[in-house]
Write a protein that binds this ligand. Structure first.
Ligand SMILES: NC(=O)c1ccc[n+]([C@@H]2O[C@H](COP(=O)([O-])OP(=O)(O)OC[C@H]3O[C@@H](n4cnc5c(N)ncnc54)[C@H](O)[C@@H]3O)[C@@H](O)[C@H]2O)c1
Length: 391
């Protein structure tokens, strides 16, 4: 039986914003969610004007406070089912906290907050209220990320010895922030971005990909945060050596000054039986190297159980692909998969059946808090001259 589409409210997204665009496509992707309300800009007048000129009719609000107040007073089924926070990092905590306090589930961009205490507070509220919360680590939404997770966590490449998780870009290799690019301007400002620039912006994605695929946790970090472009207060190059809780080691690195690199996020995991390679710019496949054997390239939709490498494959993994292989899925599909999984949890929450998220479908508030904890410790290590710091 068909259900009413969920109502989503945007916090941020006006004035030429970036990440709202893939999100709002992903919200509509299945026809079961739609954007109905928004507080699009910090300036109330601009927020209202932008809402009036939105691509389709939505209810505009002068601020997210006004939106949360008005929408939470509507009868069940007419107000917001969840909010999406797509503001700069320093405007994540306040709307997230206020929505949770009103019982509204939250889909929040990463990094979760600018301060660790704020992340701790969100974890506490989510735990007390048992309410869905997703942190938008986009790349967990690729089917290939889920396959990679299954391969590593079911032991198919053996015990993890070493992993290299990286996210390399080049768009901040010059003072992009002085050229009127709003996305660059706030990202280099510690008050709005947080205590790490590159590390917080994209190092957190690399760390999340490592934790999601391997299921391992860093126990110690040794960080070097560097700033190559003169005049910047925050790092534009981020390198962290990690010890993992299985005794293995990993390098988590990110850079925004490597000319030629676009969104070069990847993960290589070296186990004692084989190696797995995953790349976000080629997200339809996972490559596996086994000693003495030809390389195996596993494409989405082309994976069979009992093929000489796989035994059984979980049914939900095989059932997940949405279009036949060879019709490429990419960034928007990854976002859509996250919103789809979050929708299921929101609907369960509304029926009183939500049991909490285990992090297998999307990054949870605990994962988001881990990202901030990791960054805090990497900064501490770097400031002490690159010493080992316990997590
Ligand atoms: N998951 C990903 O892959 C990914 C990619 C890019 C950005 N991000 C994250 O998304 C967030 C936004 O990044 P972006 O590049 O889209 O930034 P942006 O500068 O393009 O957009 C920010 C938006 O927030 C609005 N805003 C700011 N303060 C506000 C307030 N008080 N009330 C309402 N609106 C307000 C701005 O008007 C703008 O619309 C950041 O936290 C960033 O780290 C995530």
């Amino acid at each position: 039986m068909s259900q009413r589409p969920l109502n989503v409210g945007l916090v941020g997204g006006g004035g030429g914003a970036f990440i709202v665009n893939p999100h709002q496509k992903a919200i509509f992707f299945d026809g079961t969610r739609r954007v109905t309300a928004a507080a699009l800009h910090p300036d109330p007048e601009i927020a209202m004007k932008e809402a009036e000129n939105w691509k389709y009719p939505i209810t505009g609000y002068r601020s997210y406070d006004e939106m949360l107040d008005a929408e939470s007073k509507k009868p069940a089924g007419e107000g917001l089912d969840y909010i999406l926070i797509v503001t700069p990092n320093f405007v994540h905590f306040d709307p997230a906290k206020k929505a949770l306090e009103k019982g509204i589930p939250v889909f929040c961009e990463k990094p979760l907050t600018v301060k660790l205490e704020e992340s701790d507070e969100l974890v506490k509220i989510v735990g007390e209220k048992k309410i869905p919360f997703c942190v938008a680590h986009t790349y967990l939404g690729h089917w290939s990320s889920r396959l990679a997770r299954f391969i590593v966590q079911s032991g198919l490449i053996g015990e993890v010895r070493w992993a290299d998780a990286y996210y390399i870009q080049g768009w901040l290799s010059t003072r992009t922030e002085d050229k009127g690019v709003m996305q660059a301007e706030w990202r280099v400002d510690p008050k709005r971005a947080g205590l790490s620039g590159c590390g917080g912006d994209i190092g957190t994605h690399a760390m999340m990909q490592l934790r999601y695929v391997t299921g391992l946790e860093p126990t110690k970090v040794l960080g070097r945060l560097e700033t190559f472009v003169k005049g910047r207060q925050l790092d534009d190059h981020f390198t962290v050596y990690c010890e993992l809780n299985n005794g293995g080691k990993a390098l988590v690195r990110a850079s925004q000054i490597c000319i030629g690199h676009k969104n070069d996020l990847g993960l290589e995991v070296n186990g004692d039986k084989g190696t797995l390679v995953w790349k976000q710019e080629e997200p339809e496949k996972v490559v596996v190297h086994l000693p003495g054997q030809p390389d195996r390239v596993y494409w989405r939709g082309e994976v069979q159980p009992n093929d000489g490498f796989f035994g059984d494959i979980p049914a939900d993994l095989l059932a997940e692909p949405t279009i036949p292989s060879g019709h490429p899925e990419a960034f928007h599909d990854a976002f859509a998969r996250l919103h789809r999984c979050f929708e299921a949890d929101v609907r369960a929450y509304q029926k009183g059946e939500y049991k909490g998220a285990d992090g297998s479908k999307y990054a949870t508030v605990n994962d988001g808090r881990h990202g901030i904890y990791f960054i805090t410790k990497a900064v501490e290590s770097s400031q002490k001259g690159g010493v080992w710091v316990d997590l």
